[in-house]
Design a protein around this ligand. Structure first.
Ligand SMILES: [Zn+2]
Length: 237
């Protein structure tokens, strides 16, 4: 049986002499594995389709749940992501997060579209901002939504320094303090990610970096998984 879907390459693993196993985020079938045969030969026609971050329309041959890539029509290779180290690790982080958060064969159209849009945004603009906005939404769509950005104890709005409980995913004000301290710039960046009003002058790069640390700590508690690309990205600052 043949299947066709837009898909994004999340992960690749070489096997055999010339072959590569792909983990793909497909629009129609969710996360799937597919063999890409002969793609490591020089001049292989489907070489592009077996690269990380490749976004293409794939045709698979499916037999007994095993898929093989038959053909692919390139939509976007996101080449700008390969030419800048920070963009590369931001994109690899997005793919790694998807790989952990997605279950095999479960369709999540919204997350797919957001992933593709975030990779576009990373190519053209602030890669960290795009990654953070995606991260917040991906957590929510996976059942790990952060609590609202208000104090979980007394309901006070959070504007200054606050506290974050990574086990609960909730924030508290200094008077109710539960968990680890969070800077005012981190709060501003998280508000920006959620489309809430935020203080422009506070959404600094330092705040972005701290927000990524916070989200990743929370992700680690919830999934018990690691995404090495996020750790590499944090080391680049
Ligand atoms: Zn409070």
């Amino acid at each position: 049986m043949e299947e066709k879907s837009d898909a994004l390459v999340l992960r690749t693993a070489d096997y055999g002499e010339h072959d590569r196993m792909l983990t793909l985020f497909t629009l129609r079938y969710g996360k799937v594995s597919a063999a890409a045969k002969g793609v490591r030969k020089t001049g292989a026609k489907l070489r592009f389709a077996a690269q990380p971050f490749c976004f293409a329309e794939y045709v698979f041959a499916e037999r007994g749940g095993r898929r093989t890539v038959v053909s692919a029509a390139n939509t976007d290779g996101f080449y700008a992501l390969r030419e800048d180290l920070r963009k590369f690790y931001a994109a690899a982080s997005l793919c790694g997060l998807c790989d952990v958060l997605l279950y095999e064969n479960i369709v999540t159209e919204e997350l797919f579209l957001r992933a593709v849009n975030a990779l576009h945004a990373m190519c053209e603009g602030d890669e960290l901002e795009a990654l953070l906005a995606f991260f917040v939404r991906a957590l929510a769509l996976s059942g790990y939504a952060l609590a609202p950005l208000a104090c979980a104890g007394c309901g006070a709005p959070l504007d200054e320094r606050a506290y974050f409980d990574a086990a609960e995913g909730s924030f508290t004000c200094p008077a109710c303090a539960r968990g680890a301290g969070v800077s005012a710039s981190t709060i501003a960046v998280l508000k920006k990610c959620e489309g809430a009003p935020f203080k422009e002058e506070r959404a600094t790069e330092d705040g972005e970096q701290r927000a990524l640390k916070l989200l990743y700590a929370y992700f680690r508690v919830k999934t018990d998984a690691r995404v090495t690309a996020v750790e590499e990205l944090l080391r680049l600052f």
